[in-house]
Design a protein around this ligand. Structure first.
Ligand code: ADE
Ligand code: ZN
Length: 332
């Protein structure tokens, strides 16, 4: 069994494998622009974040009913569990569904039906995080937060994703203030394609508790020092960074440098169906390409549980951390 870990940066829509996409398309009478799964896989050559997002939003057309979302999440949780994931904090993009006429309640209820039984079925505890699309107007994000109020017992926090460049975090200040007032946890994508300044802004203006990606912080030594001092978790996604050309190759990933700088980094899969691997594949990838030691891999696993939103269940966090300590590498 792979090392126990938490997955903290995972877009559930990004777990839509080609086979499930075609099965749902057939069931829902949706026509996909690709002839078959092989042709679809051929399209998984991205030049940047936007080229990926164009396909990602397009394929979501197959997700229509609550059962579709339940099936999607079940498939992810089964795969994640097989790769050692013990706790998953799952992102979803409500606006990408409501814009297509799929009600927010359908999405939340569909996902919850899977997440609520994930522990008993797959041995995975879960949280749900609702992300806002930063390339849509702030009014749309605010309306989405308002619409989510009946479902807040099932939503742990909010995030910010989609096209980053020219969409700085500060525009969403009022949404994050309202989310804080509602007791929601706050994260945001920053410093993936956008500059290090967006990481600073997400911390200072949005009050986020974790940064998703954040790898461009390495361009700003003062920011690195602050992130290390304040123990701000950065949810890195190495295979995603290669596929979206944020780094040239896994061997060039700044992960070891970031660990050496004392940053609290975690390893995650982002959109595993599109980027060539789930959480364990990302661990394997960085281990091989960057020559990480067992100590470093164990530290990454510890970090994932340290950074998890488990403040309401500290005994569980302690159990997971004990599993990491007891894990024997070389027995996978
Ligand atoms: N939505 C899904 N994956 C994303 C990523 N890597 N960056 C920004 N938005 C996303
Ligand atoms: Zn992401």
């Amino acid at each position: 069994m792979p090392v126990p870990k938490a997955e903290l940066h995972l877009h559930i829509e990004g777990t839509l494998e080609p086979e499930l996409a075609f099965a749902l398309a057939a069931r829902n009478g949706v026509t996909l622009p690709h002839a078959d799964t092989a042709a679809l896989r051929e399209a998984y050559r991205f030049s940047d974040l936007q080229s990926f997002l164009d396909l990602y939003y397009r394929l979501m057309a197959v997700l229509r009913t609550a059962e579709d979302f339940t099936e999607l999440a079940d498939a992810y949780l089964e795969r994640a569990a097989a790769q050692g994931v013990r706790h998953a904090e799952v992102f979803f993009d409500p606006q990408a569904h409501t814009a297509r006429g799929v009600p927010l309640g359908t999405v939340v209820e569909g996902l919850s039906a899977s997440l609520d039984r994930a522990e008993e079925r797959y041995g995975v505890s879960t949280r749900l995080i609702m992300c806002f699309l930063r390339d849509e107007p702030v009014e749309s994000a605010m309306a989405t937060l308002e619409a989510a109020k009946p479902y807040l017992d099932r939503i742990t926090g909010i995030g910010l994703d989609s096209a980053e460049v020219d969409h700085p975090p500060a525009a969403f200040r009022a949404v994050y203030e309202e989310a804080a007032r509602l007791g929601l946890r706050r994260v945001a994508h920053a410093g993936e394609e956008g500059p290090a300044a967006y990481v600073r802004e997400a911390l200072d203006v949005l009050g986020v508790e974790r940064i998703d990606h954040g790898l461009r912080c390495v361009e700003d030594p003062e920011l690195v020092e602050r992130l290390a001092r304040e123990r701000v978790p950065l949810t890195l996604c190495p295979l995603s960074n290669v596929r979206l050309r944020v780094v040239d190759a896994l061997a060039d990933h700044p992960l070891p440098l970031m660990m050496d700088a004392g940053l609290l980094v975690t390893v995650n899969s982002d959109d595993p169906a599109y980027f060539g691997g789930y959480a364990g594949d990302n661990f394997d990838g960085v281990q091989q390409a960057l020559g990480l030691t067992e100590d470093q891999l164990r530290e990454l696993a510890r970090n994932s549980f340290r950074a998890a939103f488990l403040e309401d269940d500290e005994p569980r966090r302690a159990r997971y951390l004990a599993e990491v300590e007891a894990y024997a590498f070389g027995t996978e």
